[in-house]
Design a protein around this ligand. Structure first.
Ligand code: SF4
Length: 330
C-alpha cells in the first residue's frame, strides 16, 4: 500500500482520484434529484430533491457558467455527481461531450445498476463509480461493472466505510474493478442519522476502532484506495484553491492556504472605477464591489475615501462565491 496525505493510502489510484489529488477536478453536481434515502447522504438540504446544477460552488444556469468555472480552476477533469446523475442522463451526456471536447478526464458516480443501453450512452465517460445505497445488493452491479469495462471505462465501487460488506470485495476481485472506500464525513445534513446509528463522530468525520477495522477488511480488494475525510481538506480542496488563486490577476496576494488578499471598495463603483483608472490602478469589478491590490498607495486610498467610498482589507476564498475569511475596514 502506498501512503499519501492525511491518512489516505492505496494499492490502485483511479485516474479521477489522481486529478482530484492535484486539485484539478471540477465537481459537477448535475442534479439534486435522487430516489434513494441513504442515512449518510452528504447532499445539503438546499440541494437535495432540487433539480439544480453546480460546478464547484458556482450555480450553473448555462454552459457558460460551467466554462467559467473550468477556466477559473484550470480544470483537467470533471467528477459528475449528484443526487443521482443518471436521472438526468441527457444533461450528463451534454456535459460529458463538452468536457471531452476540452480534453478533460470524466468520472461519474451513480447508484443505479445501469443496463447496457444506458451505459452505451455513457461510453465517452472515462471512469464509472458505482455506489450501492447503504451497501445493499452489490450483486446488482456485477453486470454493469463488466459492461462498463467492456465499453472501455475504468469501473469500480465507491463506498463510505459504514460497515464491511464481503461481497463487494469479492466482486471487485472477480471483475478486476477498483474499490474506493471513503471515511464517512459528517455534515449538517447527515449528522443526526449518523449519530443515531451509533457511529463515533470526531470533528466532522466518523473515526473509531470499529471504523478502522472496517477499512482494514476492505484492504483485501486487489485494487484498493482509502480516502480520508481530512485528505479532502489538506490536499484536494486546498490545492484547488491554490490553482484558483493563481489564476487571479497578479495584484491579489496568495496565502499558503490558497486564500487571496486584496482591497475591497464599496459604494459608488462607477466613481471608484474613474479614480482607479486615473491613477492607472489595476482592479476587478463585481456586482457589489471592486477589488484591487491590498498595497494600494495611501494617496489613492485617501482619494477614494474622500469621495465617500468604503475600503476594506479582505482575505477571501478565490472561489466564485467569494467567501470572506476576514475583513478589516481601513
Ligand atoms: S444515492 Fe447518493 S445522493 Fe442519493 S441518497 Fe444516497 S448518498 Fe444521497
Amino acid at each position: 500500500m502506498r501512503r499519501i496525505e492525511a491518512g489516505s493510502y492505496y494499492s490502485y489510484l483511479p485516474e479521477g482520484c489522481k486529478l482530484c489529488r492535484k486539485g484539478a477536478k471540477l465537481v459537477l453536481f448535475v442534479t439534486g434529484f435522487c430516489n434513494n434515502k441513504c442515512f449518510y447522504c452528504p447532499v445539503s438540504k438546499a440541494k437535495f430533491g432540487k433539480d439544480v446544477v453546480y460546478a464547484n460552488e458556482r450555480e450553473v444556469k448555462s454552459v457558460r457558467d460551467f466554462l467559467e468555472e473550468v477556466e477559473l480552476m484550470g480544470a483537467e477533469g470533471i467528477a459528475i455527481t449528484g443526487g443521482e446523475p443518471l436521472l438526468k442522463l441527457e444533461r450528463v451526456r451534454e456535459f460529458v461531450s463538452i468536457a471531452k471536447k476540452l480534453d478533460m478526464h470524466v468520472h461519474l458516480y451513480t447508484a443505479i445498476p445501469a443496463d447496457e443501453e444506458k451505459l452505451r450512452k455513457l461510453s465517452a465517460v472515462d471512469e464509472i463509480r458505482f455506489h450501492p445505497p447503504e451497501l445493499k445488493s452489490p450483486d446488482a452491479y456485477v453486470e454493469p461493472i463488466k459492461i462498463s469495462k467492456k465499453l472501455g471505462m475504468d469501473a469500480g465501487f465507491e463506498i463510505p466505510a459504514i460497515r464491511f460488506e464481503k461481497r463487494i470485495v469479492e466482486i471487485v476481485n472477480e471483475t478486476n474493478a477498483f474499490l474506493n472506500v471513503n471515511q464517512l464525513e459528517v455534515s449538517e445534513s447527515n449528522w443526526k442519522h449518523v449519530v443515531e446509528r451509533g457511529y463515533s463522530v470526531k470533528d466532522y468525520y466518523v473515526e473509531s476502532q470499529d471504523s478502522r477495522g472496517v477499512v482494514k477488511k476492505y484492504e483485501n480488494a486487489n485494487k484498493f484506495h482509502y480516502c480520508s475525510a481530512r485528505f479532502k481538506d489538506v490536499a484536494q480542496f486546498r490545492r484547488r484553491l491554490i490553482r484558483m488563486a493563481m489564476n487571479h490577476p497578479e495584484f491579489y496576494a496568495v496565502t499558503r492556504d490558497g486564500t487571496i488578499i486584496c482591497c475591497r471598495i464599496e459604494g459608488d463603483l462607477d466613481l471608484a472605477e474613474r479614480i482607479l483608472s486615473d491613477w492607472g490602478v489595476e482592479y476587478l469589478r463585481f456586482e457589489d464591489c471592486i477589488e484591487t491590490s491590498a498595497d494600494i498607495k495611501v494617496e489613492i486610498r485617501e482619494a477614494l475615501k474622500s469621495e465617500g467610498l468604503k475600503l476594506s482589507l479582505v482575505e477571501r476564498y478565490p472561489t466564485s462565491n467569494r467567501v470572506v475569511v476576514e475583513l478589516i475596514e481601513i
